[in-house]
Structure formats: structure tokens, C-alpha cells
Design a protein around this ligand. Sequence first.
Ligand code: FAD
Ligand code: LAC
Ligand code: ZN
Length: 481
Amino acid sequence: LNADHVTSIASLLSTPSSSLLTTISTSDSSIPTADASDLESFNTDWMNKYKGQSPLIVKPKSTKEVADVVKYCYEHGIAVVPQGGNTGLVGGGVPPKSTKEVADVVKYCYELGIAVVPQGGNTGLMLDNHVGEKGYMMPLDLGAKGSCHIGGNVATNAGGLRFLRYGSLHGNVLGLEVVLPDGRILDGLSTLRKDNTGFDLKQLFIGSEGSIGLITGVSIVTPRRPAAFNVSVFGLNSFEAVQKLFPKVKASLGEILSAFEFFDAHAMSLVKGHATAGVKDPFEAAHPFYVLIETGGSNKDHDDEKLSALLEELIEDEWVDDGVLAENTTQISQLWALRESIPEAAGKAGRVYKYDLSMPVEKMNELVEEMRSRFESKGILGADKMFSSVVGYGHIGDGNLHINIVAKEYSDEAEREIEPFIYEWTSNVNGSISAEHGLGRMKAEKIGYSKSDESVRIMQDLKKLFDPKGIFNPHKYLPGA
Ligand code: FAD
Ligand code: LAC
Ligand code: ZN
């Protein structure tokens, strides 16, 4: 299990009696073997919440090798769990660390800004750096960009921090190469922006979380990288103020607005309590809510002028209580770190129950408050109690709330205090129980809160069509999988 040659992202979860494991460890002495502790990181998710029991990790070096391995598994009825960067937040998979160099990440990138990326354990950050030299950028940006793989991003249909500007991977991905559960290779690495010939099959794999195929290549639109970025963070005294601020900022900044993120005082307090490098509170006083906005445009003077005029108005007319504007790239990173380090800070404070919900913006804080008062009334919120903190943050611009509930430990009792209450609440406001993280192991049986029985049955039929033996990512994604 030497990770130095990692070039792809497949791993196998076989049954304990795996004949493949025996074959590998006995027939070829050049193949490194592993003991149980070597496999631990592959079998543990980012939150330390879910454990796997895979006795075998396979790291194919090419699509052909992926297909051979998958075909073998298909023939022998061995379960397969595709893996990327192991940053998934719903217990979907467990992966290797990538050491692949950037140099050969992009096969093809031309003036239309389309990158074709072979899945070699390439992270979004690698692609961003690579195409950045040519004036383009990865359309998806998220806190885990240095670790998660592009195949993993597509498999989870990750949303991220700039979704409001660049949109969904359903729009940005132009083509995919996928190894199907029986070992067939679906070769669809198209670079065409328009192609209305038949069903758009790639869409089925975007957000399929490794349930119907293993993505081995991605063709993706890379937009022009803005010449100038600005980041500002505001302190606000109510969630209503946050809500009102969004349309105001959108109207004033128009096309240059690339992020509108919020976090509450509880999130800020976690971040300050577990400050990692580069994270410090720029405000003199605490505020109940914070908003981070980012602009990216092609003309710095134009952006600066627009933003200064807006900031002046926001302070003078008391849209916000206080605000800071980054003056250089170091300060831009420092302000972004306040928002991006929330998941990590929560993880340092305890075991985290993470919920990732879509709902009308005006409902978001109501749920967070209700969760807190629910725990308070039961006497289970506070230092040394079952839960130490309930924090709200997320992508206001996309109607996507993250609630992180920090617990002393993971337990059935703790889970029962949160679920199904949180899912029922979300369903009652016509929200979604997964805005962007997916279903994985955590929510496979909960999909009914957001999708009709008929929709779920059709999804189960599709799963059967692609994976009749049910070997791909079993017990995840769909009920009864
Ligand atoms: P993994 O965790 O390895 O796998 C995730 C799922 O995809 C599993 O079901 C796996 O089987 C499947 N899979 C992986 N690779 C493939 C493949 N090649 N083919 C088929 N299936 C595959 N998510 C967001 O949407 N927005 C955010 O803003 C965001 N921020 C995050 C911040 C932090 C700090 C962390 C830890 C996570 C964050 N995430 C976010 C969640 C996570 O980063 C994304 O879901 C990411 O896209 C997962 O990629 P991965 O390579 O780590 O996949
Ligand atoms: C974020 C992840 C948790 O937005 O989705 O930080
Ligand atoms: Zn998010």
C-alpha cells in the first residue's frame, strides 16, 4: 500500500473471504501487502464517524486497470467502493492520499476553457493551479479542495463556495469516462458544449456517489479566472439583516459577486477557540451573525469602485453593524479562513452531527434556534452536556444551511435527539435533506423526506439496470441498496 504511485481512485471493499485478496498476496511478491493498521485510514471517514471493514485497497493506474478490476469483482460478486479524497461528509467512501504531480493533469485545454482530466487522484486545487497559469479556473471551490478528488466532486455533485456564480457541476461537466459495474467502459469524454443526441447519460453519474459506476475521467468547463478578487466580511445583529443584505448586495454588485456566505456567532466562537494558522477575528466586538462576500471581476478599478460605494452605503444606512475589507491577498485568505475553517474547528471541539439542508432562506435560522431551544429545554446543551454547541453557517446565496451539532460522543441516544426531528422539519418546509453533501450511508434510508415514492422506485430501477448484482457501494445512497 505504498501510496507513491497512486494514479487512480478505485478501492475495493470485498467480502472478508475475498479470493482477490488471496490471489494478490500470494501470487506476486512485487505487490506490497498491508496489515490491518495500514488499512485503517481507508476505512475511516473524515469525521471519524463511519468505519469500513475493507481488507483490500486497489489502486489501478489506468481506466483499463479499473475496468479489469471491476470486471473481476462483477464476475466474483465482490463489492466495490469507489474512493476519492475521503472528504465526503455522509460516510460514502474511504480513500488514499494522492501524490500525483500536476504536470499531466490536463490533457486538453484550449481557448474555450475546457479541461479534460484523467482521474489520477487529481484534486480540484491541482486543476485550478494548472489551468490558472493559462488564465482559467476550476469552477468548483470548497474548503476540502486540497484533498478531494475531481472524480469525487463529480460523484457527489459538490456545490461549494462559488456555486452562486458558476453553478452546478450538472452544467459545468461536459463529459465523463465511467467504468460500469460489469467492467464496461462508457467513453463519454466529450468537449462539446452543445450536444442534443439522445439521453444525456453523464447526468446520471453526476451525484450518483459511486452507486452505478466509477468515474475515471472528467471533461469540465473552466471559466476565465477573474483578474481581481475582493473579499469583505460584515458583522450583523440579526438573521433578518443577513436575509435583507443578500438581494441588496446582489443588486449592487451584479455579475462580479462570486460568494455570499454566512456564519453565526457560535460558529465564530468555535473557530476562535480552535484557531488554526491564519485565522483571527478581525472585529473588535462580537456580532450575532457574519456575512462574507467575494467579488471577482476583470477590471480591478471598476470592482473597487463598485464595492467601496456599496460598503459606504451599507455602513451609513446601517444595513450592517461593522465591516472589514481585505486589502491584499494575504488578508483575502485570512478572511476566507474564518468561514472555511468552521468544519475543521467543529471537528476539533467534539464529534459532529452534520446536516446539510436546502430550504427557504427565511427558515434557516429558525431551525437552528429551534434546535438549540429543544436541547436547552431538555438540559442537554452546554459544557460537559450531551451537546456542547449548535452552529449555523452556509451558502445563503444558494439557500443551503449547514447545521453542525457538536456532541461529546457519537451515540444512538444523541442521534435520536436530532433525528428524525430535523428531517421532518426540513420536509415540512419543502426543503431537501441534502443540498450538496449527498446521501451516503448516513441518509440512504432517509431519501423519502425529500423525494416521492415513485421517484425513489425509478432510482432503484436505474440502480438495478446499471448494477444488477448490487456490488457498487452497497448499503448506501438508496433504500435497500
Ligand atoms: P470521497 O469522500 O472519497 O467519496 C465521496 C463519495 O463519492 C463516495 O460515495 C464515493 O464512493 C464516491 N466516489 C469518490 N470518487 C469516485 C469516483 N471516481 N467515481 C465514482 N464514485 C466516486 N461538499 C460540498 O458540496 N460543498 C462544500 O462546500 C464542501 N466543503 C467541505 C469542506 C470540508 C472541510 C470537508 C471535509 C468536506 C467538504 N465537502 C463539501 C464534502 C466533500 O469535500 C465533497 O463531497 C467532495 O466532493 C468529496 O470528494 P472526495 O474525493 O473526497 O470523495
Ligand atoms: C462547507 C461544507 C461543510 O460549506 O459544505 O463548509
Ligand atoms: Zn457547504
